[in-house]
Design a protein around this ligand. Structure first.
Ligand SMILES: [Zn+2]
Length: 158
């Protein structure tokens, strides 16, 4: 089964990186550890937390809930830590999820998005995907390429 996550509100950037690679990551912003643990059990999600108290909970100690204790403040270091701990794949399913809503992106035709993206984009880009929830449209532009390079660097351990 594919690894899924529930991330605490204070590791939001890490959640975006994981979504970028294609790992389903819920961002949990309430201050309610019990509820977060319940969701992680019910939906079999690995908890990403900076909170040392959660690590002492019985369900965590007993291994009923899998948890990665995030120690670094830098989101890229956090990603490296998470990938290493769980043996994840940097090339899993890149750009398959909305970075904002964690929804699976849907392919859109060039014609269908013509009036929804800037003209220089519709004139140069062929492939588009859309988030069914927030309706953001993503394409393989320069921002996308910069993120791909960033992931390559991370995968190579730089
Ligand atoms: Zn979205």
């Amino acid at each position: 089964m594919q690894t899924r996550f529930i991330a605490e509100g204070n590791v939001g950037k890490l959640a975006r990186w994981l979504r970028m690679i294609g790992y389903d990551t819920l961002l949990f912003e309430e201050k309610n550890d019990g509820k977060m643990i319940d969701i992680s059990i019910r939906e079999r999600r690995v908890i990403l937390t900076k909170n040392a108290e959660i690590m002492k909970r019985r369900v965590v100690v007993d291994g009923k809930v899998q948890t990665v204790h995030i120690k670094d403040d830098d989101p890229k270091a956090q990603l490296r830590e998470t990938v290493k701990t769980l043996n994840l794949d940097y090339h899993f399913k890149p750009f398959s999820l909305c970075l904002e809503c964690n929804q699976t992106l849907v392919p859109r035709s060039k014609e269908g998005v013509r009036y929804l993206v800037p003209r220089h984009v519709s004139e140069t880009q062929e492939e588009y995907v859309e988030c069914p929830l927030c309706h953001r449209i993503y394409w393989h532009g320069t921002h996308w390429q910069a993120m791909v390079r960033e992931l390559e660097n991370l995968a190579q351990g730089n």
